[in-house]
Design a protein around this ligand. Structure first.
Ligand code: ADP
Ligand code: NA
Length: 333
């Protein structure tokens, strides 16, 4: 049996958002020290599936690393590294390009959303992204993948790739079937201006997202301007099912305060947004400002971040390279 091992990653494709924090980083920190191996990656090979200015990419890679560290990822307890420094990711990604079927890739909703009507203009890398993501996970024989809801389909594809590889090469049980771990009240934090879209670092307007590095005044302004319907908070969480913007703010509050969304609604039943939004802003500032101050401090010493990532890459290679060698051997190489 495979020992429990956690793998997840974040793209350095812009500043980190509250969605990345609540849906990913905060949960990665909570998973640390629970008796599982924890491996966290800055997935720069994924970032370049859409154009990244080289200087911005270098900076964003360090900023994602700083976000992990400032939030409590301990590089002694977890393996923390940058994907492109471990070439086995790209190598296994190629092998999986030869396992995954075109029909499977055609079903990936994230590609369709990102490509929109311009599929022909997208990079081949953006299309093959889920196959590289399968390599990221399976290269470590990871069994658990904490992600936001948007990544569920990609983890399911990872299972399909693992199963087909094991079957085609008669390598029963070689790759484990990883489980997506999608838990807590903030697995899909929505855009503050359009409650039908998820909050994302690559969204168009800065007002639609909270950045982890926003200052207190900016956070207060963005929540104040967040779109909501005019009705006050209801008596029960169920009554928010048709009110996505309102539900989103309640979910964010619940996740930030480590409580359930039901408990938040009970506490604020009947309150108006003029009361709830400032309370939410204060809570977000109290949680994010110590992290962004620490990110600032870390970003002043890029050589130290690079050193931590370099050591992490050494540890990642120690796990990944033997698994890649066995994979090549199974394939006949
Ligand atoms: P982004 O979509 O902001 O570019 P990534 O693709 O790098 O972020 O995703 C990194 C992790 O953060 C993934 O596990 C993803 O599911 C999670 N995540 C991203 N946005 C959100 C969100 N709005 N709500 C919850 N989780 C999110
Ligand atoms: Na994403």
């Amino acid at each position: 049996a495979h020992t429990p091992r956690v793998f997840s990653g974040i793209k350095p494709s812009g500043g980190l958002t509250l969605g990345n924090y609540l849906g990913a980083i905060k949960r990665f920190v909570e998973t640390q020290g629970q008796g599982m191996d924890t491996i966290y990656c800055v997935v720069d090979l994924h970032a370049i599936t859409v154009w990244q200015d080289p200087a911005d990419l270098r900076n964003a890679t360090r900023e994602v690393a700083a976000g992990y560290l400032a939030s409590g990822i301990d590089p002694d307890q977890s393996v923390l590294f940058n994907q492109s420094q471990v070439s086995a990711h790209a190598e296994l990604g190629w092998l999986f390009n030869c396992v995954a079927r075109l029909g499977w890739m055609n079903r990936m909703t994230q590609f369709k959303e990102k490509a929109g009507k311009n599929a022909e203009k997208q990079s081949l890398g953006l299309y093959a992204y889920p196959s590289l993501m399968a390599a990221d996970i399976l290269l470590y024989h990871a069994t658990h993948v904490p992600v936001g809801e948007d990544q569920k389909q990609h983890v399911e594809l990872t299972r399909d790739i693992a199963a087909k590889f094991n079957h085609d090469y008669k390598a029963d049980g070689f790759f484990p079937m990883p489980e997506p771990v999608i838990e807590g009240p903030a697995t899909r934090v929505m855009n503050l201006r359009d409650g039908t879209k998820k909050m994302s670092k690559s969204g168009e307007s800065d007002m639609e997202r909270i950045n982890m590095t926003d200052d207190a005044a900016t956070i207060a302004k963005k929540f104040k301007k967040a779109r909501t319907d005019p009705a006050p908070l209801p008596e029960t969480y169920k009554e928010l099912s048709e009110r996505p913007e309102a539900r989103n703010l309640v979910d964010i509050y619940a996740s930030l305060s480590d409580t359930s969304a039901e408990a938040v609604v009970t506490e604020y039943a009947g309150a108006g947004w003029g009361q709830f939004k400032p309370a939410l802003a204060d809570l977000a500032v109290s949680k994010l400002s110590p992290i962004s101050e620490e990110m600032d401090r870390l970003m002043k010493d890029p050589a130290e971040i690079d050193r931590i990532l370099g050591k992490g890459a050494d540890r990642a290679r120690e796990i990944a390279n033997p698994i890649l060698e066995r994979t090549y051997d199974i394939v006949g190489m």
